[in-house]
Ligand binder design. Sequence first.
Ligand SMILES: [Zn+2]
Ligand SMILES: [Zn+2]
Ligand SMILES: [Zn+2]
Length: 154
Amino acid sequence: MPQVDEHLIDDDIDTSAWDGVPIRLRAAGLRWTPQRRTLVDVLREHQGHVTATELISRCRERDQTTTPSTVYRTLDVLEEFGLVAHGHGHDGREEYHVLPGETHGHLYCEACGRQWEIRPETGAAIVDALAADLGFEVDLSHVTISGHCQGCHD
Ligand SMILES: [Zn+2]
Ligand SMILES: [Zn+2]
Ligand SMILES: [Zn+2]
């Protein structure tokens, strides 16, 4: 199983999706401000997972005037555009997938603190089983499943 550090994302990922953000923001009635530009620049250089706290501090390194509320509001809009997708870590804090690709779940070991991504095939088996049993449509990428890894439950 791949650990979270090795993402299921291609190295040659296409970042051109960010180019349309200023136009889409304006179409949504929002201004293209220096703070928003800084956030998009930070996201463009990022792959995989990032927490909002990390994003805010990286934006602040470039632009001292960045406020958390602007970052959160802009992330909400970028999520509507499909450019980021939020999930929750084992402690409930928000984590963002940048340019989310294939839906995948996350596992967290309560003993050693390591995290893994659930392979899409394995995730699909879980999702399909719950759909067949309860007709429930699970959003596996939204939560982190806690437990004990192979090395820790022996
Ligand atoms: Zn949520
Ligand atoms: Zn463990
Ligand atoms: Zn993930």
